[in-house]
Design a protein around this ligand. Sequence first.
Ligand code: KG4
Ligand code: ZN
Length: 354
Amino acid sequence: MIVLGLETSCDETAAAVVDDGRRVRAQTLLSQHDAHRPYGGVVPEIAARAHLDHLDRLVAEAVEEAGIRLADLDGVAATGGPGLIGGVIVGVMTAKALALATGTPFLAVNHLEAHALTARLTDAVPFPYLLLLVSGGHCQLLAVRGVGQYRRLGTTVDDAAGECFDKTAKMMGLGHPGGPALERAAKGGDPARFALPRPMVGRPGCDFSFSGLKTATRQVLETLPPGPLSDRDLADLAAGVQDAVADVLADRTRRAMALMEESGDSGAPPTLVVAGGVAANETLRAALTALCAGRGWRFVAPPPGLCTDNAAMVAWAGLERLRLGLTDPLDFKPRPRWPLDPDAPKRAGAGVKA
Ligand code: KG4
Ligand code: ZN
């Protein structure tokens, strides 16, 4: 089985060809970071226009690089949501047209499910497992029981972890996207110099909160000399924020692991998977590695290039759905919101897109 996948839900335009031997046959990706940088964040209209300008070419290049013809495809998948709706429409319409023209099934993939299933593409992880999904728009802990079967154990009550990185990085005068810039700036910094809070740590449940950390970062900045930060102040503050985020994520994950162990739902061996753009962060990976080692859990983190948005994960999720006959009609409507666990209680606040 060979599936083409398209990703256009945020600021990455991407196409990939994946087969059922877990092989990524081709991948093309265009990051729009330069186009959005002057605005300090993703501008939806600029993103949609850029997807439209580049997607056809990226699809053609991926198909050529894979050494196949469109007629060889068994399905065409696109992110059908959640995401910036203009971009999602571009990907969905392109995939529908390709599916119609080639007479193959169309697969509307939930972007979060694509992140969730990536570890099955990279490491053939069996169900069930615990997933920490940490990206710019999402911060959730999910029990993954099968394709389409998710139970949300925790989510953020305000910002997502990636959003916290992006916003604190912006306050420190770092570029967009903030996460990678902050990680670079933190190298050699002293994370203990500034006392920053660990919101929610030690509290019952598995929910997250990051707005207090954002406020505390602003307050620290107000105590420092005005103007650009010195290299030392920048490194120490960035390291402090990074450690605080990693501590919060590890604490909430520890609680979710205990819940999974109690319910006998943790898998054999019990497995923690991390996914989403923030999963590229080395400090977080180290914290989760230590957490799993201490509890006898397997820890799986896909390579950074498959943690941030990409089309291979969309093609793979489409392939998993195709194998189960879960194809979609051509009148599928792009979805700005699309929770993985529709039964989970609603949470109010920014960043809560599911
Ligand atoms: O999954 P993703 O590419 O897009 C969304 O679906 O949101 O995640 C992007 C987010 C951004 O907030 C970015 O700052 C963050 O992931 N990110 C990182 C790192 N690389 C990307 N955060 C911390 N450290 C990194 N190395
Ligand atoms: Zn994503």
